[in-house]
Design a protein around this ligand. Structure first.
Ligand SMILES: [Zn+2]
Length: 507
């Protein structure tokens, strides 16, 4: 993938360290064979169509697709008539299996790679892993992602390859560069800030000083094609820096300004907020969605009600509960049931994923990071970043039950995202999300709705995506079992369709 400046230098050094002059060439997965003409019609019949809005199986048993969209839902008799009347290119037998809309991941990073045990040599393989991330997400039934931060050259290149049908992957709703205030989270120091693009394949963060720089940042990312504006509202570090350190945060006035600028371009705003003070600023500032759960205090019922009032959703990204469930020996909360739950998730889902989701050449960056989380290490330090604060990282799980209880009472909009790309999490891999939502009291129908329609409502795209209705994009997943009975049925994927084409066929 094309890189510039320090990112390009990183690529050259990576290649040389791996003993090559040219970039690594990744052997991409091939799409399933497909014989329908462009804009042609085809039918999927004998299928149980799931209405995610109501959580029921629809009376119709077939879908007529034309081009990229669902043309009509058909009853058994209508389907038989159509088959004799219409010229269709193909008929797929759904074999009485279950059809759901494509899943969506509302917070992930397709272009981010585990930097654990980072070496220049591993940079040679980073682009390959970026492509693998896209393929893996689609294989999980994820047909849409919001990419919540990544270098433009990387995310845009993946998006282009996917749209041209050359790379298997989800539709990408990009954010590109994040905005954090000077002295805010991830404003580490000049040297680190300048070297980071080597790892990320380009610049990922900007550090505006004032309103005019904020306006310039937003215009810049919108000009690049960003659909979502990503900011940080973080009060303290989870690791690194000093324990009593307080980060600079955007002021309420600056947040209002960001909101207005985003409205001017018709874009949504997402904020990273893991401490309640930042989350409350996001709520007050009518940020469309907050990423992650809080670690220092739960969302109160009042917070949850304010979220409803101000139209603020949350994307909890429960998968990072496992990332943060680091064994710190006696420190933190090793006996707490939530800590134990996320440890169990780590072993049950993350470990087996590591082989499937990574390319062999840099798999060790992931497996060794897993070991780092798993092993008992007192006085932990994140390599290259600094001390870990056990009470904060374990707080993620500990605060979650009360927050969810309040979200449910207030009817706060809760979406779904994985934070894939952060070390041991993978875009579109929802296993821990599903188990977590189940644990916090949501039914399979509610969970399915979150991963489809509710996510699209948060982005204002529900008129195009998120359910199986005529006129919407034919992004669909065929499952062997009924997800309304057991949400883990989503892991048994038979086929994945996107834009009216079958890309993955496991049958
Ligand atoms: Zn993230």
């Amino acid at each position: 993938m094309k890189k510039r400046g320090i990112a390009k230098l990183g690529q050259i050094l990576g290649n040389l360290n791996a003993g090559h002059l040219k970039d690594y060439k990744y052997e991409r997965q091939r799409p399933a064979p497909w014989s329908v003409r462009e804009n042609g019609k085809w039918i999927i019949k004998n299928v149980r169509i799931i209405d995610v809005k109501q959580g029921i199986i629809r009376p119709e048993t077939a879908l007529l697709i034309q081009g990229k969209r669902i043309s009509r839902l058909l009853t058994k008799t209508e389907n038989d008539d159509r088959l004799t009347l219409e010229q269709v290119d193909d008929v797929i037998d759904g074999k009485e299996q279950y059809l759901i809309p494509g899943l969506s991941d509302l917070h992930c990073h397709l272009s981010l790679i585990s930097e654990y045990e980072f070496s220049l040599k591993s940079l040679y393989y980073f682009d390959a892993q970026r492509e693998k991330n896209c393929e893996f997400a689609l294989s999980k039934g994820c047909t849409f992602v919001r990419d919540s931060a990544g270098a433009y050259d990387m995310v845009h290149a993946l998006k282009q390859e996917i749209e041209a049908g050359r790379l298997l992957g989800p539709k990408i709703f990009p954010s590109y560069k994040i905005m954090t205030p000077q002295g805010g989270m991830w404003d580490v120091n000049k040297i680190v800030n300048n070297i980071a693009p080597m790892i990320f394949g380009g610049k990922v963060i900007s550090y505006p000083k004032n309103k005019s720089e904020i306006a310039a940042h937003i215009k810049h990312v919108v000009d690049m094609g960003a659909e979502s504006i990503k900011i940080y509202l973080e009060e303290k570090p989870l690791y690194g820096g000093k324990e009593d350190q307080a980060y600079n945060m955007f002021t309420n006035e600056e947040i209002r300004f960001i909101r207005n600028q985003a409205d001017k371009y018709g874009k949504v705003v997402e904020s990273h907020a893991m401490f309640i003070s930042g989350a409350r600023r996001a709520i007050q500032g009518r940020i469309d969605s907050i990423a992650h759960m809080t670690v220092d205090a739960p969302y109160t019922l009042e917070d949850a009600k304010n979220m409803v009032e101000n139209n603020v959703a949350i994307i909890p990204t429960l998968s990072i509960g496992s990332y943060l469930a680091m064994n710190c020996g006696k420190a933190g909360s090793p006996d707490h049931p939530e800590y134990k739950f996320y440890r169990k998730m780590l072993e049950k889902y993350v470990k087996p994923n590591l082989c499937k989701a990574t390319i062999p050449e840099i798999r060790h960056c992931y497996t060794k990071f897993y070991d780092f989380i798993w092993n008992k290490i007192e006085n932990r330090s994140m390599p290259g970043i600094g001390r870990v604060y056990p009470d904060r990282i374990h707080g993620f799980g500990i605060q979650a039950p009360k927050s969810f209880e309040n979200f449910k009472t207030a009817k706060t909009k809760v979406g779904m995202g994985t934070d894939g790309g952060t070390g041991i999490t993978f875009s579109g891999s929802f296993e821990i999300e599903f188990e977590g939502y189940k644990r916090y009291g949501y039914s399979p129908a509610e969970i399915l709705r979150k991963a489809t329609l509710e996510n699209m409502e948060i982005l204002g795209l529900d008129h195009e995506l998120g359910s199986l209705e005529s006129g919407k994009y034919a992004d669909m997943v065929l499952l062997g079992k009924n997800p309304l009975e057991d949400i883990t049925a989503i892991h048994d994927i038979k086929k994945v369709f996107k834009d009216g084409r079958c890309y993955i066929d496991n049958e």
